[in-house]
Design a protein around this ligand. Structure first.
Ligand code: MOS
Length: 730
């Protein structure tokens, strides 16, 4: 019986966070630090013909104004005529998007740097730009970096032969991540050694990037990032400011700190791309899908490739013999997109799950029944069995909790006073990913343990769950374990993304702890009188200072005695965890079902999401408290995506118009009503020994579709372009 795993556990770092003891990047105090402020381009495309920095240089406190004319070199020189990479700023006179960095002003204070940055005057030779993805859609090409797979069967012929078919086009605007903590870095050099505090989801990714940028060996670079105030994918790829900050610190031989403004958070990293999807579904009269054609198109930048894998999961969701799910991209004169909150999946499933709803009305079949008719018992793509799949139970339980059977099928048939009531549902899917990861555990004779891995905790509760895993397998209390993360001096871990941290890093922590159990058994059995003489490592466990036989706890040794007797003060083990080859025989996915109630004001077109039941099946839940919090957060982001979020661009200038939290709307407390999240646990011994599939991102997938479907049910209006704002319902 597990003592910690599966039990609600409050955050071990909670107190540090609420008392200010937890230090976020910009809060580190470095003596003699200088402050950098980034100046941005005001045109979308062209060349800087002149940049006048004289007034800025003469402003109070200014130390240096870096532009493409005097900045230190970053990265390899781009080939003639080619664009420098996004992450190497101030390396040429070229402007690729409005809001691109054109100068870094460094001063004695932040205010002085910010003021002087306004005095930098650039003159441009502009070129025609295009920031409107609709206008370049016809130019979209298959993304060479992403193999979307050949068509399955003959989808076109099967579509023509289908008894019932629907066809529709869906649009998702650009979204920005908008974590509360802005990007920040503080860099300082000691000789040829660089230390950089950076807000990041992957310290080793930043280290590698800076080694390439600065031309120094990776081992000379230490990246530190202990706390991250939200990221949502915005810090998965190295952004341009760490190399800029490190370059300035090297040139000035002085620590430099750079922090983005909220406005810079709209051009200083990527965004969810503008996405257009065309879907055709064909079925027989019983609802059985015979053909699915799901084409996705999204923008990238003119200077870098990016693929959101929009249709990646379409191939695995429903049993369907004929299918095509290609993805095409086209360049716009904007910054490069990046991954954001359930990337690809939430976009692809918005379109697919709305289309399934449309098909259900065409067939006059209940929307949930349609999903069950097309339930994939095995992976439709590979034909492999699922390592586990409790989606059917998610549908059943969600429908029961929601009261789905009381739904009247007809749109506009349910009311609450003058408000239109709509009930909608959708399915969700995410991967069950695992990456190679390492962790180090030091177990001390005093019964405490230090655990480290260079992962990140952007909010899901990684500090807590790693502490729980170590405490579980070392038989310690939570307060006897101290877990540290976010430093390239620690064992290597993947980026915190893809909902794979617990499966990846957790497996490494478990592995290191179990290796210590085995070491202690060896030490114990040096004593000829050891009561564990005939036991192997799998047959013993550590608990409350004892190493004991699982089958007979009375056969035990006192760990402190063993360590004293053998002169062992501490045992340190580093464990490298990799996904088990056994996984390849199976398909592994996390699934869910969402049920949503909306109330729509027929006079104003305003929508309230009054009730959400979300049921997910994602393997074993290690910390239900933090996990429910993750899924609730996913629902909230789904509400934002469905009803509020959109980055608006004035295409005449190629400039973002709502680069602030006043005009870029995210859900606030008043937008959020009843949300219940439920887990259907799966006992999956294939995915990894912890049985963890990963969750968090899954919680958002399906929510925008369920809301759009509920709105159709309430109003009879099918809105296919997000966000569903009041004017679209009038
Ligand atoms: Mo998430 S978009 O993998 O940080």
């Amino acid at each position: 019986m597990a003592r910690y795993l599966g039990k609600e556990t409050t955050r071990v770092d909670g107190l540090a966070k609420v008392t200010g003891k937890a230090k976020y990047t910009a809060e580190f105090q470095i003596p003699n630090v200088a402050y950098g402020f980034i100046a941005l381009s005001t045109v979308a495309k062209g060349r800087i013909t002149a940049i006048d920095t004289r007034a800025a240089e003469q402003a109070g406190g200014v130390i240096r104004v870096f532009t493409h004319l005097n900045a230190g070199k970053l990265g390899p020189a781009p080939a003639a005529g080619a664009a420098p990479a996004w992450s190497w700023p101030l390396q040429s006179d070229r402007v690729f998007f409005n809001g691109q960095p054109i100068a870094l002003v460094v001063a004695e204070s932040y205010e002085q740097a910010r003021y002087a940055a306004r005095l930098v005057k650039a003159t441009y030779e502009t070129e025609p730009h295009n920031t409107d993805f609709s206008a370049v859609l016809a130019r979209a090409q298959p993304d060479p970096a992403t193999a979307q797979g050949a068509p399955r069967g003959n989808p076109v012929a099967a579509m023509q032969a289908a008894a019932v078919k629907i066809e529709a086009e869906y649009r998702i605007p650009i979204h920005h991540h908008n974590p509360i903590e802005p990007h920040a870095a503080i860099a300082f050099w000691q000789g040829d050694q660089l230390t950089i505090f950076d807000k990041t989801q992957e310290v080793f990714g930043v280290q590698k990037h800076l080694a390439e940028s600065l031309g120094v060996p990776a081992e000379n670079i230490r990246v530190v990032s202990p706390f991250v105030g939200g990221a949502f994918g915005a810090s998965l790829k190295p952004n341009y400011y760490p190399s800029l900050t490190a370059m300035a610190a090297r040139e000035l031989k002085r620590p430099v700190k750079v922090v983005y403004t909220r406005t810079q958070m709209f051009t200083g990293h990527g965004y969810r791309p503008y996405t257009i999807q065309k879907i055709a579904l064909g079925a027989d009269r019983s609802g059985k899908l015979s053909s699915m054609i799901h084409e996705a198109f999204h923008n990238t930048s003119s200077f870098e490739a990016f693929s959101d894998s929009t249709t990646g999961f379409t191939r695995q969701v429903y049993a369907c013999p004929h299918l095509h799910a290609p993805l095409k991209v086209a360049a716009t004169d904007l910054a490069t997109p990046t991954w954001m909150r359930a990337p690809g999946a939430v976009s692809g499933m918005f379109a697919l799950e709305c289309a399934m709803d449309e098909l259900s009305y065409a067939l006059k079949i209940d929307p949930m029944e349609l999903r069950l008719v097309n339930y994939a018992e095995t992976d439709p793509e590979s034909g492999k069995p699922f390592s586990s799949k409790a989606l059917r139970e998610c549908y059943r339980l969600g429908a029961e909790k929601f009261g789905w059977k009381n739904r009247k099928a007809e749109p506009r048939s349910m009311r609450d006073g003058r408000l239109l009531v709509g009930w909608g549902m959708a399915s969700s899917v995410w991967g069950a990913f695992q990456q190679p990861a390492s962790a180090r555990v030091t177990f001390r004779a005093d019964g405490t343990a230090g655990v480290t891995s260079a992962t990140s905790d952007i909010g899901p509760g990684t500090y807590t769950v790693m502490t729980m895993i170590a405490a579980e397998f070392l038989g310690l209390r939570l307060d006897q374990v101290h877990f540290e993360l976010g430093d390239t001096r620690q064992p290597k871990a993947p980026a915190q993304g893809g909902s794979w941290t617990t499966s990846s890093v957790g497996s490494a922590v478990r592995g290191a702890a179990l290796t210590i159990v085995a070491k202690l058994l060896d030490l114990a059995n040096r004593d000829a009188a050891s009561p564990l003489k005939d036991a192997n490592a799998a047959e013993v466990e550590m608990l409350d200072g004892l190493l004991r036989r699982k089958s007979d706890p009375s056969r035990a040794v006192v760990i402190a005695d063993v360590m004293r007797r053998t002169g062992t003060h501490e045992i340190t083990e580093t464990y490298d965890s990799t996904p088990s080859p056994e996984r390849a025989k199976y398909a592994s996915l996390a699934h869910g079902a969402q049920f949503v109630e909306v109330k729509v004001d027929p006079d104003l077109g305003t929508v309230k999401v009054t009730r959400v039941i979300e049921v997910t099946a994602c393997g074993k839940i290690l910390n239900p408290l933090a996990s429910h919090s993750q899924e609730i957060g996913g629902v909230v982001w789904g509400i934002g995506m469905a009803l509020e979020e959109a980055t608006e661009i004035d295409h005449r200038y190629g400039r973002i118009m709502n680069a602030n939290l006043q005009h870029y709307h995210v859900p606030v407390n008043a937008d959020i009503h009843a949300i219940e999240t439920i887990f259907v646990e799966e006992d999956d011994t294939i995915v990894n020994p912890l049985g963890v599939k990963g969750m968090g991102e899954l919680g958002m997938v399906g929510i925008p579709a369920a809301i759009a479907n509920a709105i159709f049910h309430a109003t009879g209006k099918r809105v296919r372009d997000l966000p569903i704002t009041p004017e679209k319902l009038m």
